[in-house]
Design a protein around this ligand. Structure first.
Ligand code: HEM
Length: 395
């Protein structure tokens, strides 16, 4: 057997370029260097679909508990996203009843319909409106606040807390500023959790907070809070960005939009949108034992970064067409919701909120909606990615 090769090293890729547009880089790396130590990331970057799936499906070798991230500092608590095995499972299961298919159908879908109608009613016909602040962000925030049992939080608070947690967790330079902001957000969230606990205990309901508080064998108070914070930090950006991405894909491809409308194929439009631009682009895992990936030696203690963004465009699955939004493609599995033990808990609710509720209602209300200047849309993000604006003419 040949000895394992060292992992090749790159010091040219910058976080700035990845943030502006990582896709040409990923395309090149999938061909030339699918296992690459990237200096700017201080991690081994994996860009092929087989490798990203393998890492997430093999928790015995690759732990979610990467101690090198500022997440613990930002969240002020060790969350389920950074746990493995039974500890992870117990905390995940504590929140799971709020995401059960029946609860989604009976509780959350009707609520999402109410919110969608209310927020679409506010939009002015005939005008060019930026749907990021006017629709997708507040809709994602309101639905999540309701599902978590935090209705008293305003849309602005939910968005601000979410961003504060994300910025803190991504503060790899360990600067003081982002942590001061996340500390303030934590204090505000904790105070809301304290205020709402008596009501959820007195009037049990299907919201995540109530379900966790009223469980027969509840998890620790600190972990109930941690779960709520993970959902706040990881449950607003993605449906918000997915909705905008899908609208961009459909409005710039009228033949696809016509097909989706004629066939009520909103779920296909949704899956293709999250595949095309994965809202959560990368994840980190800590290597537990000396091992090899694609014949490269990867040592215990290293951190690998799986790019589901890249996996979602891998030529071995999508041929040469992976770079395009294309609802006509043959059905193929994607990794936008991750896989393995940490597979996204919000998958079904996000699919319902965006594909089943919002998209058809929006096109029903504005059948001639258009994107006058696609070039004006600014895309950004390395960890989380989506359009920063979507100026749409509503007609
Ligand atoms: C289009 C929408 C969404 C996308 C693309 C998405 C994507 C993801 C991905 C890729 C992960 C796994 C990260 C990893 O492996 O490290 C994840 C985890 C998670 N997501 Fe989502 N997400 C979405 C919406 C939501 C929503 C709406 C919620 C909450 C209501 C949510 C809650 C969670 C939670 C709690 C986890 C952690 C699960 C665990 O560690 O066991 N997500 N999500």
């Amino acid at each position: 057997m040949c000895p394992a090769k060292p992992v090749p090293f790159d010091d040219t890729i910058t976080i700035d370029t990845l943030t502006r547009d990582p896709y040409p880089i990923y395309r090149r790396l999938r061909q030339e260097a699918p296992v690459l130590r990237v200096k700017a990331l201080n991690r081994i970057l994996l860009t092929r679909a087989t490798d990203t799936r393998y890492v997430k499906d093999t928790p015995d070798l690759f732990s979610a508990n990467d101690p090198n991230t500022p997440m613990l500092r930002a969240f002020q608590v060790h969350t389920l996203m950074r746990k493995d095995g039974p500890d992870h499972k117990r905390e995940r299961m504590a929140m799971a009843p709020a995401f059960a298919p029946k609860v989604i159908l009976n509780d959350w879908v009707p609520a999402y319909r109410r919110f969608a109608r209310e927020y679409i009613d506010r939009l002015a016909t005939g005008e060019v409106v930026n749907l990021f602040p006017a629709l997708s962000a507040p809709y994602a925030a309101r639905g999540l606040a309701h599902l978590l049992g935090l209705d008293e939080a305003s849309d602005d608070e939910m968005q601000r807390w979410s961003q504060a947690l994300i910025d803190g967790a991504g503060n790899f330079g360990w600067a003081d500023g982002p942590f001061a902001i996340s500390d303030r957000a934590n204090a505000e969230m904790n105070s809301l959790f304290d205020r709402l606990a008596p009501r959820h205990l007195a009037e049990p309901n299907n919201s995540a907070y109530s379900v966790m508080l009223n469980a027969d064998d509840p998890i620790a108070q600190s972990q109930i809070r941690a779960n709520l914070k993970i959902a706040i930090g990881g449950g607003i950006n993605e449906p918000r960005d997915a909705l905008l991405t899908i609208l961009y894909g459909l409005l710039t491809n009228p033949d696809q939009l016509a097909h989706v409308r004629a066939n009520d194929a909103w779920t296909t439009a949704f899956e293709e949108g999250v595949r095309w631009v994965a809202p959560i682009q990368v994840s980190a895992r800590l290597v537990r034992e000396d091992t090899e990936i694609r014949g490269h030696a990867v040592a215990k203690g290293e951190t690998v970064m799986t790019s589901q963004a890249s996996a979602c465009r891998d030529e071995s699955i999508y041929g040469d067409d992976g770079e395009n939004y294309n609802v006509f493609r043959d059905k193929a599995p994607h990794q936008a919701f991750g896989n393995g033990a940490h597979f996204c808990l919000g998958t079904h609710v996000a699919r319902k909120a965006v594909a089943e509720v919002m998209l058809p209602m929006l096109f029903d209300r504005f059948p001639n909606m258009s994107l006058p200047d696609p070039e004006a849309v600014v895309w950004s993000g390395f960890g989380f990615r989506g359009p920063l604006n979507l100026p749409v003419r509503l007609a």
